[in-house]
Design a protein around this ligand. Structure first.
Ligand code: SAM
Length: 337
């Protein structure tokens, strides 16, 4: 039998994927899509707006056209439809906060992946000891950038969880490790009968309060400060943990699930949402790479499959669990007490 026809094209595209990735990240950093959302601009005007060298501009802009992010009509550049919707800082659906954080932090840290693979040690701000959140939160600018980046990964899942869970059966929820509060805002915005708590470390409070007020939801959403390892969790009918468990090692994951079980009444629910890895560990490349990101970012964190998560929930006492996709690489794991 003849061997199937192959070509190195896919391998080379993957190997050089960082070229396109960095072009996008630099464009977000420069505010290019935000400028083009205001008005179409020709090469010279866009170059001057962004303060770019004349040698770089044309190739940079046209590469973004070829990557499908920009369009060029005659001499004028405009955003493509996805860039217009998701990469303009003024858009309510802006996901660039996540990309700004990827550009400012992860892009450099991932350069040390080989070292992380050899040593098992974090390669970020906590490289020389200390913990990620302590290091981030010591610098107000990094704190704000990190928390707004979290909204980039939780706003979409928030809308899906608002639509895909039987909220009519519940009245109260608490989002554990809420960051800016994108998930509570999505839930309270979609369901006027719900009241909720965003629980996080004390330095997060002003950023949560400001975000919730901006969405006009301060009446039904409040912040509770605490450390989820040291303090009791707030009580509510539904507890949510989004991208929390993957930050921690197995023993810490189990401790957090046990604490969540204590904080909800019989019939209450725990919703864990993450880029859950498929049970065969063969399909969800984003989830598997997210787990390597936890290698770079944390001393013991790792992502996990729906089956693993369900087992931890059953161990803690949850009587029923189910896993449901919520779009993209993310799924939610639901446990009923
Ligand atoms: C990866 S972010 C996830 C944010 C959000 N749930 C989401 O999905 O976008 C982890 C969050 O946990 C919070 N956190 C970290 N350690 C904590 C602790 N010991 N107690 C309470 N919150 C903590 C961080 O401040 C951060 O907001």
């Amino acid at each position: 039998m003849a061997a199937p026809a192959t070509s190195p094209e896919r391998i080379l595209a993957l190997g050089f994927g960082f070229w396109g990735a960095k072009a996008l990240l630099s464009a977000v950093e420069l505010g290019l899509f935000t400028e083009l959302a205001k008005e179409p601009l020709d090469e010279q005007a866009l170059r001057q707006r962004l303060g770019l060298h004349e040698r770089s501009a044309r190739d940079f802009f046209d590469a973004l056209v070829a990557l499908g992010l920009l369009e060029r009509l005659g001499d004028f550049y405009t955003n493509g439809p996805e860039a217009e919707r998701y990469l303009d800082r003024a858009s309510p659906e802006y996901v660039g906060g996540l990309l700004e954080m990827a550009n400012a932090r992860l892009y450099g840290f991932w350069g040390s992946l080989t070292e992380a693979l050899r040593t098992g040690q974090p390669q970020n701000e906590a490289r020389h000891g200390g913990d990620l959140f302590g290091a981030l939160y010591a610098d107000p600018e990094r704190l704000r950038q990190f928390l707004s980046a979290m909204s980039g990964i939780s706003a979409g899942p928030g809308r899906a969880i608002a639509a895909g869970f039987p909220w009519a059966e519940y009245r109260t929820f608490a989002d554990i490790g809420t960051a800016q509060g994108a998930l509570p805002v999505a839930l309270a915005g979609a369901h006027p009968h719900l009241t909720g708590i965003g629980f996080d470390l004390e330095p997060v409070r002003p950023i949560f309060d400001e975000y919730v007020a901006r969405h006009g939801l301060s009446e039904r959403l409040r912040f509770a400060a605490g450390d989820f390892f040291r303090d009791p969790l707030p009580h509510a009918e539904v507890l949510i943990m989004g991208h929390i468990l993957h930050d921690w090692d197995l023993e810490q994951k189990r401790a957090l699930v046990a604490k969540a079980y204590e904080a909800i009444p019989p019939g209450g629910a725990l919703i864990v949402y993450e880029s859950l890895i498929d049970d065969e560990r063969k399909q969800n490349a984003f989830g598997l790479l997210m787990s390597l990101n936890m290698l770079i970012e944390t001393p013991g964190g790792f992502d996990f499959t729906g089956a693993q998560g369900s087992a931890w929930l059953h161990e803690a006492g949850f009587r029923a669990t189910r896993v449901e996709p919520i779009g993209g690489p993310d799924s939610m794991l639901i446990g009923i007490k």
